[in-house]
Design a protein around this ligand. Sequence first.
Ligand SMILES: [Zn+2]
Length: 416
Amino acid sequence: MQLKTILNRVQKHSSFVYSGVRLLECDPVRLEVDIRSRVGSRPRCSGCGTQGPVYDTLSPRRFQFIPLWGILVFFVYAMRRVDCCRCGVTVEQVPWAEGKSPITTSYAWFLSGWAKRMSWKEVAESFRTSWDSVYRAVRLAVAWGLGHRDLGGIEAIGVDEVLWHRGHKYLTVVYQIDGHCRRLLWVGKERTTETLERFFRGFGLCRTLRLVYICSDMWKPYLNVIAHWAPRAVHVLDRYHIVAKLNKAIDEVRADEAKRMAEDGYQPILKNSRWSLLKNPENLTDVQSEKLADLLQYNLKTIRAYLLKEEFQLLWNYVSPAWAGKFLDRWCTKVMRSRIEPMKKMARTIRRHRELILNWFEAEGMISAGIVEGLNNKLKVTFRRAYGYKYFKTTETALYHTLGKLPEPKFTHRFF
Ligand SMILES: [Zn+2]
């Protein structure tokens, strides 16, 4: 069986033929497959797609194809130029590659498929190609996917900020969090009013008006933009963010108290207590549980703050927004009398956002706790896999690629 037969089986082009195959004994070994246009066929203009007469023929170009048995494979073809009646003289359009790309479209989809499973560097090393080729392949897949994705029927979105660039900069991410589809919809630089407005402008007024639930944290610019753009949607404050803020307050109380006790010469009983206080009781290790039981005997500010947090968690058991509201008010009053400043600050924040917190109960069943957190964790895995994502464009491409659930074209032959 000839290689040409296999190529015609996996990738056939109607106006072009595989004319010859050469094995080149260089390092690494490579196969070159000559392609020529079918006799009498007219080239297609890359500008408008119509066929026209040949103007001239350029020198042969190489397009990398999917490697075979550890041998690199290249298509070699001399591009023709078209004398197009609309666009003037342009280079022809070929079915196996796009624009000036040195890799074939099949190879690009092949690489981008592997890039979902491994880091770009690993893909490049595995298939003996460059990091740039992998990036180019992923970019092509993402561009195609974004152009073909369906944004209809989106009812619930989650907006969040994530740290990027070793924690120096922020990105704003918008997820679809509907029960049937959870994916990254959009990513933007920084976390300003302007950032989120850019998302809504791109998303469009019609789709925004159809949103039923929007979930976010308490970041002020987000709250303002959401209130302005989607006043009819139920805006829910994410439970995960509220608990995270409470934990931060407890941490502050603990650090402060531990420092004061050390200064006053007391035994360092708060030492190594951080995780005993911050983790959910059911997730504690034996040692942490013991530490917590030990601490609970003392009348410390830290312990009182801890007990207030545990009490606050009862909020999520409520079903009726009205009763949840009563509980929340009682809790805030109690905290305001506690004389623990970081907790009082938290109570004031909660009072300020009372309505949005209670929307959690309005959206009962629609938004489960931790969806946004779960998606954020996947996002962090993507960050960790690529030390290289120095530029926003690269990061954006990688995130859409791994979290966007982007569609892919239907192929007649799958290479892996
Ligand atoms: Zn044209």
